[in-house]
Design a protein around this ligand. Structure first.
Ligand code: BYC
Length: 331
């Protein structure tokens, strides 16, 4: 009922976690291809666990894009100027487009889109922690546009060099658009940081609120990351969670500090000898609570998606099965 790139013939629900039963010859050839930097394409042989992990990760990424549009979407009607309203509408539209690209990439692995949406609604599939927090003021939109888009670009630029062709190509296109969002976000951030005392305070408060979720964005520390080892071996993930976090801090903390905006961590500093950033570990218990569905906005976000599924059903029916009878929703 959601259409597009789904390749039938594979029962994704029967994928298991074991590589022990894989044909060793095929596995060796697959790993040699990856080692060589070749791309894996949908019809190539791949271990069950590679397929399963990719479905999990790409699907989670797609869900994050549609959920990410929600906090931003709540500010379209309240944007401070027409210029900013138009730019925000365009950005939200882009994020939904990213989800379309990513769902299509995940479908090439055998999971139908309807199943992905059902798993999002039931809480079986996760989406990015950051989108479970409210956007309280216009400055929150600016922080999302600058720092969350920046964090996403660090992750996506690296993984666009990954081994699975459809994901890698989707990420390249997404990064081109995200780079534009980042410029837009940074411009808005500089505008508030160099504005009136009230604007600066609004921005500083938003940065303070968003800093812990942004630190969480790259996932738990390496030593507790569950999937990194396998994903990095198979070049799905091109850097560890801590490495991505470090790259983000390296590129963006100086940009925040040079505007006189502070970050709510007294231990945040770059160790010039090691080149690594030192920081207070964010509250990882909060992170796990939020991604398991107990964040400030989880219920609200899922309810909006549920509403969209119900209100859009007749459109999907009309598109994919035009001769069938369908009923228009009552306004
Ligand atoms: N949020 O073993 P680990 C955007 C989960 S949207 C939620 O290290 P992995 C934008 C993880 O799933 C772009 N859950 O995981 C849109 C696992 O749980 P399960 C968002 C997280 O996969 C609109 C457990 O924690 N980007 O830019 O090796 C407006 C253990 O973690 C998170 C993506 O989605 C998290 N932050 O690495 C503006 C990138 N972190 O599944 C902007 C795609 C970890 O075993 N995802 N978990 O139950 C990835 O690259 C990887 O999944 C991660 C985590 C690096 C995030």
């Amino acid at each position: 009922m959601y259409g597009s790139g789904y390749i039938p013939g594979l029962d994704y629900t029967k994928l298991n976690n074991s590589i022990a039963q894989e044909d060793p010859q095929k596995l060796a050839e697959f790993e040699a291809k990856i080692e060589n930097g070749d791309k894996i394409e949908p019809h190539d042989w791949m271990p069950q666990q590679y397929r399963k992990q990719l479905i999990r990760l790409i699907e989670q990424h797609a869900h994050s894009e549609i959920m990410g549009a929600l906090p931003e979407g709540t500010w379209i009607t309240r944007a401070p100027t027409l210029k900013r309203k138009l730019a925000l509408i365009a950005k939200v539209q882009d994020e939904i487009g990213h989800a379309q690209l990513l769902y299509a990439a995940a479908e090439t692995l055998g999971k139908p889109r309807e199943a992905m949406i059902n798993d999002l609604l039931s809480g079986k599939s996760k989406y990015s922690n950051v989108f479970n927090y409210p956007a309280e003021t216009w400055a929150d939109i600016t922080v999302i546009g600058f720092l969350i888009d920046a964090a996403a670009i660090v992750n996506q630029l690296l993984n666009s060099k990954g081994s699975y062709g459809p994901y890698s190509r989707a990420l390249k296109r997404i990064c081109a658009e995200e780079s534009f969002h980042l410029k837009q976000g940074y411009e808005g951030f500089v505008y508030l940081a160099t504005g009136s005392p009230k604007q600066r305070k609004m921005l500083q408060d938003a940065v303070n609120r968003w800093w812990p979720p942004i630190m969480h964005f790259f996932g738990p520390p390496n030593k507790t990351s569950v999937h990194s080892e396998k994903l990095m071996k198979w070049k799905v993930k091109m850097a560890s969670n801590d490495e991505m976090r470090n790259r983000f801090l390296d590129q963006y903390v100086p940009k925040v500090w040079e505007l006189g905006i502070t970050l709510p961590d007294p231990n945040l500093r770059k160790n010039e000898e090691t080149g690594r950033w030192e920081y207070t570990e964010p509250d990882w218990e909060e992170f796990f609570r939020v991604i398991k569905g107990d964040g400030p906005c989880n219920k609200e976000r899922i309810a909006v998606r549920q509403w969209a599924v119900e209100k859009g059903r007749w459109v999907r029916q009309a598109l994919f099965n035009p001769s069938a009878k369908y009923s228009l929703p009552v306004a």
